[in-house]
Design a protein around this ligand. Structure first.
Ligand SMILES: [Zn+2]
Length: 131
């Protein structure tokens, strides 16, 4: 006989059907050695399903703020279909921040800044390879 560990309560009837015995002193079910793996899997499955919401395994990747296709705050790109990755300026997302690279004022919106962007001019210069 071998003792099964974990939360055996939900599967106690199956354990008994496998030839298991409840030991009130150790508060453990013991099952015949040849049924042990089967019994332990049963317990693991039963306690696993009650432990966490299965949805916890699926992160909503489309809500990741790093996803460029996902409009932030209802704000699309400044140049839809264009080369610029900068976001369009809106009342809630004004273009009032300086470029961290060249220091020109009113180049970036707070969303652009949060994403670590630089202004279009600097981005172009970096892409062309001389800076
Ligand atoms: Zn710049």
């Amino acid at each position: 006989m071998r003792a099964v560990t974990g939360n055996t309560f939900p599967v106690r009837k199956q354990l008994k059907a496998m030839g298991g015995h409840w030991n009130p002193r150790t508060k453990l079910w013991s099952v015949p050695n040849e049924r042990f793996q089967e019994a332990q899997d049963l317990v693991n499955d039963a306690s696993g399903s009650g432990r966490s919401d299965p949805c916890d395994d699926f992160y909503p990747v489309s809500h990741d703020p790093g996803d460029d296709d996902y409009p932030i705050d209802g704000v699309g790109f400044a140049e839809p279909g264009g080369r610029s990755a900068l976001r369009a300026a809106t009342r809630r997302n004004p273009r009032n921040l300086p470029c961290p690279h060249c220091g020109q004022s009113n180049r970036l919106t707070p969303i652009d800044r949060a994403r670590g962007y630089q202004c279009n001019e600097c981005a172009d210069r970096a892409e062309r390879g001389f800076d």
